[in-house]
Design a protein. Structure first.
Lengths: 349, 348
């Protein structure tokens, strides 16, 4: 597909490609620092289809944001390098495209929103100007038309009285409204995929729910694929179709959100579920996962989770677990997933 | 400001920093952050008006870096004063005829003959600043001297800023070998004192015009501004909005123009304003030392130079050009300080 054709898909989005919308295969990302090589992403694979929401869950440093940046191609290089694997968007390997072609994919085909919308907006321009710039640059619209489009988009992401607020600066908006502005910018060119990197982490609980609802609605309207990166289990449950749990740069469990929540098949997921504070647990101690995540310069041999794992035994130290097939659409990277999935545990709320 | 995600949790802590969500802590969705006037009063135009979308009639106070700076500046006497002075000096430089009907080159030694003796006449009727050694009207010459000082100051700093911003933005943004080369060259030039460098360069040039003096000073002042710009770019480059612009398909050129420059220029503007004063003083120094402008140019530095062996006898030869020089330099430094206070939100 040439760049010109790509531009036209704004009006008539083509769905006639074969296979998945996005297909990540054995992606490796490393950061070469003066202190050693940080293995941030170690061979993750997943797919995304139109209209699907994939949640990537993991704690800080698990590689979830880095893998998203690798898809966007915005990893600072050096020190960051994609060393292996492929990122196929509609069959094209993005990693093999020259930078100029890659840039055309960003914003138009795959777009991204960030955690902290205040710092992700330029403080010296009005939000209307910043949204409008997407249209001026990519669609060659006049200033006046672009502003009109900006107001339309602000309405679409439900910013109240968009017309009056189009000339306001980012810091005049509340956190939730800023995130809406960011979403408006990200969706301005009608991308096929939206990557949301912790879109609600910086927001209040009620606002979190509103933003998630907005993303959900916009997804139904546009049929885009959504990759939702989060460390918040609560955010994931309602909107996601599929869940991928990451640990130390690897996907340790994937599957249907409710199945995983109901019955984890990996000790790490199990630990995460157990560590959520629950209302009926008042006065009791919380159950954190013991120990700390591994240093990504020295990932433990075998299963990276074994030093913290209650199920660990000799095999876990010696042998890297593959992604075992638990059932048709469920995978777990644990040698002893049978034990984990059949373990007795209190039910989660 | 909102919490940022840490790099890694503390050992032993819960892996999810924000896993616990307590209900009942929510704040109103629209939280005002405007820096507008007080919220009291029914028709307050500040942030209060933005809260309710329905109250759309009230004019909303715009707030931006430059907008806020301007609001602060126009109330600041230390901004008003230098601006007024600089306006006067600018008019003096552009149209000296408005201040004096005399000709700076209309000199007549007979003006200095008092009681049959050749002296240097001090201030007198019709000649408020007196005469110089050649019998020229000193007021006229001092007025005409503003043009040289102001044009050397502004011209030098303008070109230095252009060089500094270009090199600083490019080397800060791209880094790598370009940054290495630019930074080393700047370090070497930076090590040469401005006056010394100026003396050496100007000594090797034969005839020294305004352009050449300006060029000589330009050679030695760009590194400081460049380093300022570069460090400013380095900090702006790491901002999330640069990453966001990239993720939305912005080109390098657009990111530099829209994000890096507008957010990184403030320190350069402040420093450059102060530098104009420094350059004007340095030009006067070089002219005084005899390596700056040459007669018959009309310059305050040359006038002070001409006064140097007669200061005790004829103090007016030093006093008038030196006062104007000090006032002009002082104005630029004051203006720079006011700009710095206004553009750095932390000093508000």
């Amino acid at each position: 597909m040439t760049a010109q054709q790509t531009g036209v898909t704004f009006e008539t989005r083509d769905r006639d490609y074969e296979g998945h919308l996005l297909e990540i295969d054995d992606l490796h990302v490393e950061f070469r620092t003066p202190y050693g090589i940080v293995n941030a992403v170690n061979g993750i694979s997943y797919t995304l289809d139109p209209g699907e929401t994939l949640a990537i869950l993991g704690e800080s440093g698990s590689g979830k944001s880095v893998s998203a940046q690798a898809i966007m191609g915005i990893i600072d290089s050096p020190p960051g390098f994609v060393t292996k694997g492929s990122i196929r968007y509609k069959g094209r390997d993005l990693l093999k495209l020259p930078e100029s072609e890659r840039r055309k994919v960003r914003g138009r085909e795959i777009s991204m929103i960030f955690q902290d919308a205040l710092t992700a907006l330029n403080p010296v321009f009005t939000v209307g100007f910043q949204i409008g710039e997407m249209f001026r640059v990519h669609r060659g619209m006049s200033k006046r038309d672009a502003k009109q489009k900006a107001i339309e988009l602000m309405d679409r992401v439900r910013i109240p009285s968009a017309k009056d607020r189009v000339n306001d600066y980012p810091h005049q908006f509340s956190g939730g409204m800023r995130q809406r502005v960011m979403i408006a910018m990200a969706l301005s060119l009608d991308p096929d995929i939206l990557i949301a990197d912790e879109p609600t982490t910086a927001l209040d609980v009620t606002v979190q729910a509103q933003i998630m609802e907005l993303l959900d609605d916009l997804q139904s309207e546009t049929g885009m694929g959504l990759i939702l990166i989060t460390h918040d289990l609560g955010v994931v449950a309602d909107v996601s179709d599929r869940l991928a749990v990451m640990y130390a740069g690897e996907i340790v469990e994937t599957g249907d959100v409710y199945e995983i929540y109901g019955n984890p098949a990996h000790p790490y997921t199990e630990g995460l579920m157990a560590s959520i504070p629950r209302i009926d647990q008042k006065g009791e101690e919380l159950n954190p996962i013991k120990g700390a995540p591994p240093n990504l310069m020295r990932i433990p041999p075998g299963c990276p989770f074994h030093p913290r794992c209650p199920y660990a035994r000799k095999r876990c130290v010696e042998e890297i677990p593959p992604l075992y097939e638990v059932d048709a659409n469920r995978r777990s990277a644990c040698h002893f997933w049978h034990e984990v999935i059949s373990a007795e545990r209190p039910t989660h709320g | 400001m909102t919490d940022r995600r840490g790099t890694a949790p503390e050992p032993g802590s819960s892996p999810f920093e924000e896993g616990i969500e307590l209900p009942g802590l929510e704040e109103p969705e629209e939280e005002s952050r405007g820096r507008g006037p007080s919220l009291s009063g029914p028709d307050s135009s500040g942030a209060g008006a933005q809260v309710t979308a329905a109250a759309g009639d009230a004019p909303i106070q715009q707030a931006s870096l430059w907008g806020d700076a301007w609001r602060q500046l126009r109330r600041n006497p230390f901004f008003i004063m230098p601006v007024v002075l600089l306006l006067v000096f600018t008019v003096m430089a552009v149209a000296p005829q408005l201040f004096t009907s005399g000709d700076p080159y209309d000199c007549n030694l007979t003006n200095n003959i008092v009681d049959g003796q050749l002296l240097i006449r001090g201030p007198s009727d019709g000649h408020p600043f007196g005469f110089d050694v050649q019998g020229c009207d000193y007021f006229t010459r001092v007025i005409y001297g503003a043009r040289v000082s102001l044009s050397i100051g502004l011209m030098t700093v303008f070109f230095a800023a252009v060089i500094a911003v270009t090199l600083g933005a490019l080397s800060g943004f791209y880094g790598g070998w370009l940054d290495g080369v630019v930074a080393r060259v700047a370090d070497i030039v930076f090590a040469i004192p401005l006056t010394l460098g100026g003396i050496i360069v100007l000594n090797t040039l034969g005839e020294r015009s305004l352009w050449k003096v300006s060029l000589a000073l330009l050679l030695f002042i760009w590194p400081t501004t460049m380093r300022l710009m570069r460090s400013s770019v380095l900090s702006v480059k790491e901002m999330d909005y640069v990453a966001a612009a990239r993720a939305l398909g912005g080109s390098d050129w657009r990111i530099i123009r829209r994000h890096i420059l507008p957010n990184g220029m403030a320190p350069v503007i402040v420093y450059s304003t102060i530098t104009v004063g420094i350059i004007i003083a340095t030009e006067a120094t070089l002219s005084f030392l005899g390596v700056g402008l040459q007669l018959p140019a009309v310059s305050w530095g040359l006038m002070i130079s001409g006064a140097q062996f007669r200061i005790l006898e004829y103090p007016h030869l030093l006093f008038f050009p030196a006062s104007f020089l000090v006032l002009l330099v002082f104005s630029f430094i004051l203006l720079g300080d006011a700009l710095r206070d206004a553009l750095d939100p932390r000093l508000r």
